[in-house]
Design a protein around this ligand. Structure first.
Ligand SMILES: NC(=O)C1=CN([C@@H]2O[C@H](COP(=O)(O)OP(=O)(O)OC[C@H]3O[C@@H](n4cnc5c(N)ncnc54)[C@H](OP(=O)(O)O)[C@@H]3O)[C@@H](O)[C@H]2O)C=CC1
Ligand SMILES: CC(=O)N[C@@H](CCC(=O)OP(=O)(O)O)C(=O)O
Length: 398
């Protein structure tokens, strides 16, 4: 079968992706990116795709990492998004199943290096790369695909702040102006019209979701906000680091980034935008001996005359009708284990024993609502699909 015949064959089946002959690898047939041995199996795979009715071609950059693989897991049940491109760095050339055996049943293209990626076959991209690398990669992409960037590279509007906190100059300052900060429940309308969304960090997501509605209604003081936050180790990514060895993180917890964690400016940017004046916070993250999960315990002063009931009512009304943010019944304590593997944020507010103060607890799965789940929520909006498409996973328990 010639290339032309192949193309005609693909048009007959009227589905994506088009059959491609992999560059430099001789004549092989590729359907949904995976090598197949004969036109008959091409036909079978094509029919499978047609039956799946997926219409949006998605690229996952950094599929061999934790957030990238979580995107792959979530998209397995997505009604409209199908993966046509996956990239890796050290693991380029490998299949997703060989790098992540829990994904072995996924019929997907092998991962390629970004320099070998064919972006003509994608309508949307999830960029799951380390910050710094991301700016260069996104700057170099062809115009067209919508992009959700999971890294921190486009989150801070002020590029000088980026340089200060990330220790390197911003290398795509012109694109920064076009990026929309993607805290879905807060910026839904802007996200719908964006082409580049900066997905929030995991800590900033768990912190801003409860604080934004309270600050908006001026129910808490903007001073003395104290945040004690805890993260599972997957928050640090899959790359091997001595500090993340089992022996270093098990059977104990420790604080890190005290007074200088790079999520501080992101949290302060979001809270200052809400209040229209400069908000500063005390933020201390901790590493917990668990693979995923995040809790933020936030200590605030209530505004003059405000009661704990006012805070509770405001949170309940702000998130009434929201599928992924739940204010628990009064007195119920949010647990990270109750949101594991899901896109939920559970929160609640408690009176402190010191009059006038309140304690807010917010939990998420750092890899889902804190990263890939929220990223998918955002891309659903950007592509005009229901926000919950592919995200209706119940939490894993135990
Ligand atoms: N983990 C989390 O909970 C959260 C992470 N994030 C952010 O999401 C992004 C991804 O994080 P995560 O998945 O945890 O990270 P991982 O370290 O697990 O994965 C990083 C991915 O990027 C690839 N990669 C690394 N360096 C390069 C490079 N120079 N060029 C091209 N590809 C490269 C890796 O490929 P290979 O493995 O093949 O070398 C891998 O696929 C980061 O910016 C992170 O800060 C955001 C919110 C939460
Ligand atoms: C446990 C752990 O190390 N967590 C990471 C934060 C998670 C994350 O990846 O945040 P960004 O998207 O902003 O990079 C950290 O503290 O740097």
């Amino acid at each position: 079968m010639s290339c032309l015949e192949l193309q005609a064959f693909s048009v007959d089946f009227g589905c994506f992706p088009k059959f491609r002959v992999k560059k430099g690898s001789g004549m092989r047939f590729f359907v949904k990116g995976s090598a197949v041995s004969s036109p008959q199996s091409v036909q079978d795979a094509s029919l499978r795709m047609q039956r799946s009715k997926k219409t949006v071609r998605v690229g996952v950059l950094g599929a061999s990492g934790y957030t990238g693989s979580e995107i792959v897991r979530l998209l397995a049940n997505h009604p409209h998004f199908g993966i046509t491109l996956m990239t890796a760095d050290r693991k380029a050339g490998q299949s997703i199943g060989s790098v992540f055996p829990h994904l072995i049943t996924q019929d997907l293209p092998d991962m390629v290096a970004i320099k070998d990626a064919d972006f003509s076959d994608v309508d949307a991209v999830f960029c799951c790369l380390p910050h710094g690398t991301t700016q260069e990669v996104i700057k170099g992409l062809p115009k067209g695909p919508k992009i959700v960037d999971l890294s921190a590279d486009f989150r801070l509007r002020n590029v000088d702040e980026y340089e200060k906190w990330y220790g390197q100059p911003h290398r795509a300052a012109e694109l920064q102006k076009e990026a929309i900060y993607g805290l879905t429940e807060v910026s839904r309308d802007e996200i719908k019209n964006a082409w580049l969304v900066a997905n929030p960090g995991c800590y900033p997501t768990s912190i801003q979701l409860p604080l934004v509605p309270l600050i908006k209604e001026r129910l808490i003081s903007l001073e003395n906000i104290i945040i004690d936050a805890k993260s599972g180790v997957s928050g640090a990514g899959r790359g091997a680091k001595e500090a993340n060895l089992y022996t270093e993180v098990s059977e104990g917890i420790h604080a890190y980034g005290i007074t200088n964690h790079r999520h501080v400016p992101e949290i302060e940017q979001g809270l200052s935008d809400t209040s229209q004046c400069k908000v500063t916070v005390s933020f201390t993250p901790h590493l917990m001996p668990m693979s995923r999960g995040m809790q933020s315990t936030i200590y605030v002063e209530m505004a003059q005359g405000v009661t704990i009931d006012d805070l509770y009512k405001q949170l309940a009304s702000a998130y009434e009708g929201e599928e992924f943010v739940k204010v628990l019944e009064k007195g119920a304590v949010p647990h990270t284990r109750n949101v594991r593997g899901s896109n939920y944020c559970f929160m609640n507010v408690f009176p402190d024993r010191i009059p006038g103060r309140a304690i807010i607890i917010s939990v998420i799965d750092n890899l889902v609502k804190g990263a890939s789940g929220q990223a998918l929520q955002n891309l659903n909006l950007m592509m005009g699909f229901p926000e919950n498409a592919g995200l209706q996973y119940q939490p894993l328990f135990p």
